[in-house]
Design a protein around this ligand. Sequence first.
Ligand code: AHG
Ligand code: MN
Ligand code: MN
Length: 326
Amino acid sequence: MQLLSSFLKHNKTDQDLVEVIEVLMIACKEVALQLREGALAGVLGTSTLTNVQGETQKKLDIVSNDIIKKVLLDNRLVRGVASEEEDKPVWGDHDGRYLITFDPLDGSSNIDINVSVGTIFSILEAPKPWAKQDEAEFLQAGRRQVAAGYVLYGPSAVLALTTGKGVNMFTLAHTGDFILTEENVKVPEETAEFAINMSNQRFWEPAMQSYIVDLIQGEAGPREKNYNMRWVASMVAEIHRLLTRGGIFTYPWDSRDPKKPGKLRLMYEGNPMGMLIEQAGGGATTCYEEILDIEPGDIHQRVSVAMGSKKEIETLKAYHRTQAKN
Ligand code: AHG
Ligand code: MN
Ligand code: MN
């Protein structure tokens, strides 16, 4: 039985990075407790507030954001944080080495129906920890992440973590420890399972339309095999399924709000999940370019996302290379 901290030390992870990950897990355990209590803790339901992205915040979006922000900013190694639920980055009192971006509660439309949600995080090195604090410090391409992961709050709470040396999973035990339960996780190269919100079909680009039509045709269509479909509406749960048994997950650009490059957010969702999937041997693309290569222009930037089994991602990209955009 291996604890998270001893696993990271054994893997020769930078001591400072180990400390930040451990501190982050203290916060995630507190979020897990709040979720477990649910209605008993009075945390279910919607608040009267709207976040910077124009979304109505659930009470638990705010509770989990406050917990994670406070725990991180108390740590000497954390220079600042950027969250999906904050208008601007929030800075600590220290010249810390690290910047952390996070989605405190992903899939929050599932809270009130008691379906899995999660916390997604990305850890970056502060480029100039001594200099004046500047939002631009966060605008680093996903390739520069030093660690990324999520905690899935499902029937069990599971941390999926990468520090750039593969992906490992740790399950939260009743003792409060995260214990290694899956080592060196790999996404199977091929799959027969896809995840997309089909209700948006009429708004997709022609390439995405024909890709999905071909999947649905199954054995009778050009792909010559039957595909199964899933949609949890929690990216964390979808990515966990990909890491566990393969598949493809996509939230593509659509024409409901054509100026938005996508629904999901690059710094809180696309980059950390992209790093995990690539580290597990899968692909992470906008359908046109690798997500991790995007140079961000804004901390709340959105992105079109397709991730999963390598060969299926290559096929999806080929549809987009050969068909004209809208
Ligand atoms: P969040 O709860 O952080 O706003 O993210 C929800 C995201 C993602 O988890 C999920 O895949 C997608 O939104 C679901 O969107 P639809 O409700 O459009 O299916
Ligand atoms: Mn989210
Ligand atoms: Mn969220």
